[in-house]
Design a binder for this molecule. Structure first.
Ligand SMILES: O=C(O)CCC(=O)C(=O)O
Ligand SMILES: [Fe+2]
Length: 466
């Protein structure tokens, strides 16, 4: 990658080579490093160290304008069965129109013509609620070039409405416009309040919200606010409806996810059109240009609802002041994908723990050298994985308890996942699990006709829940 390495780069590469090949004893140990992008990372590190020119090869074609579009369907002509067959089961995105016109949010929270939000009414009804608010600094002349900082505090809806009414452009000297984006607000949690919307029938089979309804959100953001590239919790589906305003969505199919990560396979690009004119960004995110070839794109207008399939990374920009409502949701159709992802994360984390001592120092040095580059979300860390594992376990346990209509294939998936959890978590403890659970554990593992309640009990013990 670097055209010619100087003295310090050579000794550095020798050091890394020796570490990665266990002191030169096993060349084949380098193979996984080629596959996971580590060699590119080494090249990049050498470049940063030596200040040498990089040979980036031929200038690539720019695919930026080539995004494929998302289909649109009218709710009145889309039966539930067709939605399942054409979109939910094959995990394909769609925009559905005609679902929100009768919502209270549409009939009561918009101004006379329904053209924009009635902020006074919102404040009157919900002023005392609190919600997380994200701050976005957007460089002038680069709409959506800014990244919102994660919410550090909650704000009352009244205070947010005041901000909304008093918004002014920043002073001409300021390089940025600063916006506040109210996200993940949960007004449905207010007791005895008439709901401002109802969940469309297509999305009602929802094991995630069956648990405690905590994945139902309202978003309110001025034009130019955005949500960085991400995939939703546990690879859940999302549906999102615009009550008013316009959003631009970019979605990347799951088979191309790997193209969105940096050379270390860890940091996600913040946006699908992250600036690749910068040489360093281009090297840091070698797959991003190609990912654009596979992205689909839509401008979603008022009263349209998008179905975001499982595991599709997406970034979202508010093109106008926008009020939207969304749920993350999960059921027997995307359950196995959720589990596959979690299992991969657990295995990766273990692998990482094994090699962490070897590569962490190098990686940290690299990150220090490229501070401010990329900076997208990191792959899940250990505590997040544990939380996700507990969440998945709890929602499965809940379905077994409340859902008497589970289809055979769903029951089978649940049992296989519980077995997988035991195997994975149990393996982590190595010989301990045998002695802790003795015959009971062995009995479950040997069992050919599954008993979900036994599996649940063992997983509960293994995860330390309950
Ligand atoms: O509207 C947004 O800013 C983000 C929405 C989103 O990520 C979702 O619905 O999954
Ligand atoms: Fe999302």
């Amino acid at each position: 990658m670097a055209s010619s390495a100087g003295g310090s780069s050579k000794s550095l590469s020798l050091l890394v080579y020796n570490i990665w090949t266990r002191d030169g004893s096993d060349d084949s140990a380098l193979a996984p490093k080629f596959l996971d992008g580590g060699i590119d990372a080494l090249g990049l590190l050498m470049y940063l160290r030596s200040g040498e020119e990089l040979d980036l090869g031929e200038e690539e074609e720019d695919y930026e304008e080539d995004y494929a579009a998302i289909e649109r369907e009218q709710a009145s002509e889309l039966s539930y069965e067709r939605f399942v067959e054409k979109y939910m089961a094959p995990n394909q995105p769609v925009i559905i129109t005609g679902l929100t016109e009768s919502w209270r949010a549409t009939t009561e929270l918009l101004d006379g013509e329904g053209a924009s939000l009635d902020v006074d009414r919102l404040e009157e009804e919900y002023g005392e609620c609190t919600a997380p608010v994200h701050v976005s600094d957007v460089p002038k002349g680069h709409p959506f070039g800014g990244l919102s900082r994660p919410a550090t505090e909650e704000m009352t809806v009244a205070a947010y409405c005041e901000y909304w009414r008093d918004r002014r452009p920043s002073s001409p000297e300021s390089p940025n416009e600063t916006y506040l984006y109210l996200k993940d607000w949960k007004p449905h949690a207010i007791p005895k309040k008439v709901p401002m919307y109802s969940c469309p029938a297509y999305f009602k089979e929802d094991w995630l919200n069956d648990l405690n309804g905590s994945y139902k959100f309202v978003y309110l953001g001025p034009a130019n606010t955005c949500t960085r590239l991400h995939a939703d919790v546990l690879r859940s589906y999302s549906w999102s409806s615009n009550v008013t305003g316009r959003k631009r969505w970019y979605l990347i199919p799951p088979e191309h996810t790997y193209m969105l990560f940096d050379v270390f396979g860890k940091a996600l690009a913040p946006h699908i059109h992250f600036d690749l004119e910068s040489e360093l960004n281009a090297v840091m995110f070698p797959g991003l240009r190609l990912a654009r070839r596979h992205a689909v794109f839509v401008d979603q207008v008022k009263c349209e609802t998008i179905f975001v399939p499982s595991g599709w990374h997406h970034s979202v920009e508010n093109l106008e002041d926008t009020l939207s409502i969304n749920h993350n949701w999960l059921n027997g159709f995307n359950l196995e994908g959720s589990w596959r992802k979690l299992k991969d994360e657990i295995l990766n984390e273990r692998d990482h723990m094994k090699t962490a001592r070897n590569v962490e120092g190098i990686e940290q040095e690299f990150r220090a050298g490229t501070e401010g580059v990329g900076g997208g979300g990191r792959m899940e860390d250990e505590s997040q994985i544990k939380k996700d594992l507990v969440l998945l376990y709890e929602l499965l346990a809940h379905q077994l308890e409340i859902n008497s209509k589970l289809r055979d294939r769903e029951l089978q998936s649940i049992v296989e996942i519980l077995e997988g959890m035991i195997e994975l978590v149990g393996n982590g403890k190595e010989s301990e699990s045998e002695s802790d659970y003795g015959d009971e554990y062995a009995g479950v593992r040997r069992s050919t006709d599954w008993r979900p309640e036994d599996l649940l009990m063992v997983v509960t013990q293994e995860l330390g829940i309950g």
